[in-house]
Design a protein around this ligand. Structure first.
Ligand SMILES: [Zn+2]
Length: 419
């Protein structure tokens, strides 16, 4: 079972180390010891839907695109995010051709969160559920649908997730081809009914993009895509995951609880953050459009259409925890283990298992979070934390108590801070 326990975390050469090997086989000890002063160490957050932040918009083909993505990668570390999928809203082919070659899959480090590949939301989505996407760029599949998709995106090299509307003609072929290539297909911005959604899942789709938003509302005779959460037509051994913008604005807490109680193991927290995340209120760009930020609300300028979010991942995790009353490990899993399982990388990320990437650990002290990314060859021992989210169920500490614990004294991002 999974759960929190008081434990030391050992790290060497960028991997989480089984200390028994060190003690008994190598008779070794730690080169560096870090006093975590009671903070929670957990797998770093993985954000599979983030459009930008800190003034950077991933859907804008600028000359300094690379420095923009680096800036976001570096800034989100202090919100606990250690890897992410830069997300592009519906764009013309020329924009995909310009931007996608500049996105490089890479590991995280003190320089910034790792990049897992792009999430392309559109352009094969429903005009009726376009949300903040520019209508003139939305399209359907031509004959030879998969070739059409290839021509639109230019290349599949760095693509990790594609959000499409399964009711679009010829989408089955595309879903099968993408799945075959290990690219995650997500259903969203769609008016699909439940049987169309189930068919898409049978063809390989595994994800739902921002559940409840930009899809048909739940209806008891045809629950639409939302019905996938309790469908009995999901192939055996498969799990459908669903993204949730848990910022307290895009989804009412009661709806969040409905989704969580119906299908807790599928919940994946996403920020869906736009360029305005981390910026002051006012007007900012999202793709081809202008949006207005007012507190945690973001609208297409001059309208009341919600447009992405400006909440950071740690805020979303806290809101989820408060809205559902779930355990802290459940909240952490929704932002770490589940997205790792969705992408099939749970052997390396999303857990603190031995041999997982040490560069994906984050810490939490009271309401502050930070990422700890250690790539050096030294052997580290992180001691005296209050709780450690570990693979075994250990001491039965009250999970909630860690949130009340607060200290300003924690080691900084990337630095050793040896004690
Ligand atoms: Zn969307």
């Amino acid at each position: 079972a999974w759960g929190p326990r008081r434990e030391d975390l050992w790290v060497r050469e960028g991997k989480i180390l089984n200390p028994e090997k060190l003690f008994f086989d190598e008779k070794g000890s730690a080169d560096v010891q870090l006093d975590c002063k009671g903070c929670i160490l957990a797998p770093g957050f993985i954000d599979v839907q983030i459009n930008g932040g800190f003034g950077v918009d991933f859907s804008l083909a600028t000359d300094d695109f690379r420095s923009g993505i680096d800036l976001v990668g570096q800034k989100i570390l202090s919100h606990g995010v250690t890897s992410f999928c830069p997300t592009l809203v519906t764009s013309p082919p020329s924009v995909y051709h310009q931007i996608l070659p500049q996105i490089r899959i890479r590991n995280g480090g003190a320089h910034g969160a790792g990049i897992l590949g792009a999430h392309l939301e559109g352009p094969f989505i429903s005009k009726e559920k376009k949300g903040a996407h520019p209508e003139h760029c939305i399209r359907t599949f031509e004959e030879n649908a998969f070739q059409d998709l290839l021509a639109t995106y230019g290349s599949l090299d760095c693509i990790r997730i594609v959000t499409l509307a399964p009711e679009i003609k010829r989408s089955s072929e595309v879903i099968q081809e993408l799945t075959k290539r290990g690219i995650c297909v997500s259903l969203g911005h769609s008016v699909a009914n439940l049987s169309q959604a189930e068919e898409a899942v049978q063809h390989g789709a595994t994800f739902i993009t921002h559940l409840f938003n930009a899809m048909l509302p739940f209806h008891h005779r045809d629950p639409g895509i939302v019905g996938l959460l309790t469908s009995d037509k999901i192939p055996a051994g498969r799990r459908v995951f669903y993204g949730m913008i848990s910022d307290g604005i895009h989804t009412n807490p009661a709806a969040l609880r409905i989704a969580h109680r119906a299908h807790p193991k599928g919940m994946v927290l996403v920020t869906d953050a736009i360029a305005g995340m981390g910026l002051a209120p006012g007007r900012h760009t999202l793709g081809q459009q202008v949006v207005e930020i007012d507190g945690l609300n973001t609208y297409i300028a001059g309208t009341k259409t919600l447009s992405g979010s400006v909440a950071t991942m740690d805020t979303c995790v806290r809101h989820f925890l408060e809205a559902t009353g779930c355990s802290i490990e459940t909240a952490l899993e929704a932002a770490s283990l589940h997205p790792a399982q969705l992408l099939g990388i749970e052997d390396r990320k999303g857990t603190l298992n031995y041999d997982s990437d040490a560069g994906t650990v984050m810490g939490m002290v009271g309401r502050r979070v930070f990422a700890w990314l250690e790539q050096s060859r030294a052997c580290y021992k992180c001691r005296l934390h209050l709780l450690l989210y570990w693979r075994l169920w250990g001491a039965s500490l009250c999970p909630g108590s860690a949130l009340d614990f607060c200290s300003d004294d924690f080691f900084p991002v990337g630095a050793g801070g040896a004690s």
